[in-house]
Write a new protein. Structure first.
Length: 279
């Protein structure tokens, strides 16, 4: 692995060439300044190596839980081509802006949210942009959006390890990430991809959350492994990471999201994640 993977020439970077580099030891000269009217104490990214594993569910759950605990919280919906956070919280645009920037929109519970769906005329129209344009939009969510004073800003990342996750890691001062995955044996490969990208970018990995872990029978209470037996502990042990939660398939979560009332959800399966965030 290159000594300095945040350099533009990371693929050819060596130990000798890294000496004196501004990115050495995690000092990233590409970090963008936050909007002057914003103050964020901690930025937490929620990531995965593939799509469809429930990053938005975990992001929203963490934000709602921290908000209920009395913290000032925001969500940056960085999944530009597949935004879902505004729908989950019952929010619609347009967002309000001034010469100082664009204001994040507060949901019913006070969670401040910014998403591309709050800026476009038709929230059902596809966003057909190339990677650099998408990355630029995400950076503007940091530099141009007025978040106010936040204790935690959760970043709902797009899937994979491509342009946009790279832009976020290089441009925004991420304090740590949480990896979201599912029970299949493929999980080890997926988790490793996200983990190694964070490691190369000098971003701390706080732990792993497994979604779709099981379905509880409403009649007998038996836990049914719909997607196979869990392999999350194996993956976590291999990377020396804690398991921060195992979320079941819960129809009430989907119902609240569809109704735009996810702020009413009480997701008690993420207690370990909340403890790490508060610590």
């Amino acid at each position: 692995m290159p000594e300095n993977s945040t350099c533009s020439s990371a693929s050819s970077c060596s130990k000798e060439s890294c000496e004196g580099c501004s990115s050495k030891n995690g000092q990233n000269s590409m970090i963008e300044p936050i909007n002057p009217l914003s103050s964020v104490k901690k930025v937490i990214g929620v990531v995965s190596g593939k799509g469809g594993v429930g990053k938005s569910l975990v992001t929203a759950s963490l934000a709602v839980s921290m908000r209920k605990a009395g913290y000032e919280v925001g969500i940056m919906d960085a999944d530009i081509t597949g935004p879902s956070i505004p729908k989950m919280f019952g929010l619609h645009g347009p967002a309000y802006g001034t010469d100082d920037g664009m204001y994040a929109i507060p949901s019913e519970d006070g969670t401040k949210i910014m998403s591309i769906n709050l800026l476009v005329d038709d929230e059902e129209a596809p966003v057909i942009w190339r990677g650099p344009v998408i990355g630029g939009a995400v950076k503007q969510f940091w530099t141009d959006v007025i978040w106010g004073d936040l204790d935690y800003l959760f970043v709902d990342m797009p899937p994979g390890t491509g342009d946009v996750p790279l832009t976020v890691f290089q441009s925004i001062p991420i304090d740590g990430i949480i990896i979201v995955t599912s029970p299949q044996e493929l999980v080890q490969l997926i988790v490793k991809k996200a983990y190694h990208m964070a490691e190369m970018m000098h971003i701390p990995v706080l732990g792993i959350v497994e979604n779709f872990s099981y379905l509880k029978c409403p009649d007998c209470g038996k836990q049914i492994s719909v997607f196979g037996e869990s392999h999350i502990e194996e993956a976590a042990d291999m990377l020396s990471l804690p398991v921060l939660g195992k979320l079941p398939i819960d129809p009430s979560f989907a119902k609240a999201a569809d109704a735009g009332k996810f702020y009413e959800v009480d997701n008690h399966y993420l207690t370990a994640a909340l403890d790490i965030l508060k610590g």
